[in-house]
Design a protein around this ligand. Sequence first.
Ligand SMILES: *Cc1c(COP(=O)(O)O)cnc(C)c1O
Length: 403
Amino acid sequence: MKPASPSSAALIAQADRWGAQNYAPLPVVLTRGRGVFVWDVDGRRYFDCLSAYSALNQGHNHPRIVAAARRQLGRLALSSRAFHNELMGPLLERICRLTGMDRAILMNSGAEAVETAVKAMRLWGYKRKGVAEGRAKIVVASGNFHGRTTTIVSFSTDPRSYEGFGPKTPGFAVVPYGDADALATALGPETCGVLIEPIQGEAGVRIPPPGYLRRARELCDRANVLLCLDEIQTGLGRTGKLFCAEHERVRPDLFALGKALSGGLYPVSAVAARDEVLGLFEPGTHGSTYGGNPLACAIGLAALDVLEREQLALRAARLGARFLKHLKTLSHSKLKEVRGLGLLLAIEFTEPVAKAFCKRLMRAGLLAKDTHETTVRFAPPLVINSAQVDACFRIVRETLAAF
Ligand SMILES: *Cc1c(COP(=O)(O)O)cnc(C)c1O
C-alpha cells in the first residue's frame, strides 16, 4: 500500500520553514496535472486558470510533448554548445519560420531571453548604428515585467522588484506604457532599442490603446531604433493570434519567447531576430550551458507541433471571446473592470481584495492568481473547451455573488 501523503498543511509548513519567502502562494499543494486540471495532495481537482503564467498553453502533460520528452530522455539530454546536436537546428528553423525572423538563439528562462535581447540590441547599437561605446540606451515602458535579473529589475517601475537590489544597471529610460507620443520624444541618436510587452501580463493584463504597437513600429523605423517585443507571456497563441503583435500586423526586429515554448515541461526560451541583429554575435560573446540542449529542443519542437496541429491560437480567440462575454455579464459593487484578449483575461476590483477572492475561488475548485492587489487574471490552458469555459465562469460568478 502507498503511504499516505503528508498533509498539505505539513508540506506548506516545510516549504515555509526551509524556503526563501520570495513568493506568497495560495495554500494548495499540487501533485498531478492533466490538460486544464490539476489535483492537490488530498485528491481535490481544480481548473488551472493561471497556466503557470501562460507556460502551459498546451495544457498539463500534453501526451505528444510528454512522449517527445520520453523519447529523448535516456538518449542524449545535454551536449553543450561545444558540439552540435541533431535537434537544435530543427528547432531554430521552426522558430524562425513561425516568427518570420532570420535567426534565433536558444536560452532557458524568460529572463535570459530578455538579457540576450538587451545584449543583442546594444551590440547592434555599437556596431551598426554607431553609438559611442558605453552610451547605448534602451527605452522601456512603465509597469513592465521582463524578469528578475539585476539588469532587468533595474528598469522595473515596481518598487518591490528593484528596492534593495541596486545599484541599477544604467542605459535604460522609462516612458509611460501605451503613450506613443512619450515614446517618440524618448528616441534619440543613442537609442538602440525599444523593449515592450504587447500586453502587460504581470501588470494585470494591461492592454494598450489600439494602434500603439503600430505607432511604436513607425517611430522605431524613423529613428533607426530596434523594436523588441517581449512575447514571453502573450506569444504562442495566448491572445488569439500566434503572436500578439499580429493583432496590429506589426513585425518587430526581435522577439523574446519563453514559457509555452516548452508547453510547461522544461525551461526553454529564445530570441528570434533579423540577421542584422543576431548575426552580430561572434563565438565567445554569449552563451548558456543548457541553452539549446537536445532535451529542450525535443520538447520545444513537440510544443510547437501541438500549438499548430491543435490550432491553439484560434481556440484562444474563440474561447477567449466566450469567456470575456461571460465575464462582462458580472456585476458586483466592488467590480471595476473586465478586460482581456484571447485567453488572457482579468477582472479588476475597486479595492485590494484580489487575493481574498482567489482564495474563495480555490475553495470552489478554480485556481487563479491575483496581481497587484486589485486584479485577478484568468488564463486557462488553450486546450480548454467551451463547456469547461462555462464551468469556470459559473465558479467565478457564484464565488463573486457570495463575496
Ligand atoms: C514570465 C515573463 C518573463 C520572465 O520569464 P522567466 O522564465 O520567469 O524568467 C519575462 N517577460 C514576460 C512578459 C513574462 O511574462
